[in-house]
Design a protein around this ligand. Structure first.
Ligand SMILES: [Zn+2]
Length: 64
């Protein structure tokens, strides 16, 4: 995988030029996808914690 430095488009083949005309690419390792999956998991986890906090605060409001 190569990523255009100009527009950030990903290319699975190895083109000389990108669609945007850029000719500078950087190699994108496959492991980056795993990192992004971990980031997604962290995002979901933070939303779950956020939801639990909201539910707890509502419960506190009703109890007090
Ligand atoms: Zn490009």
């Amino acid at each position: 995988m190569r990523k255009c430095k100009l527009c950030g488009k990903l290319h699975t083949d190895l083109p000389q030029y990108c669609d945007c005309g850029g000719d500078e690419f950087e190699e994108v390792a496959v492991k980056e996808e795993k990192v992004s999956q971990v980031e997604t998991f962290k995002n979901v986890l933070s939303w779950v914690i956020f939801a639990v906090c909201i539910i707890l605060s509502v419960l506190v409001l009703f109890v007090w």
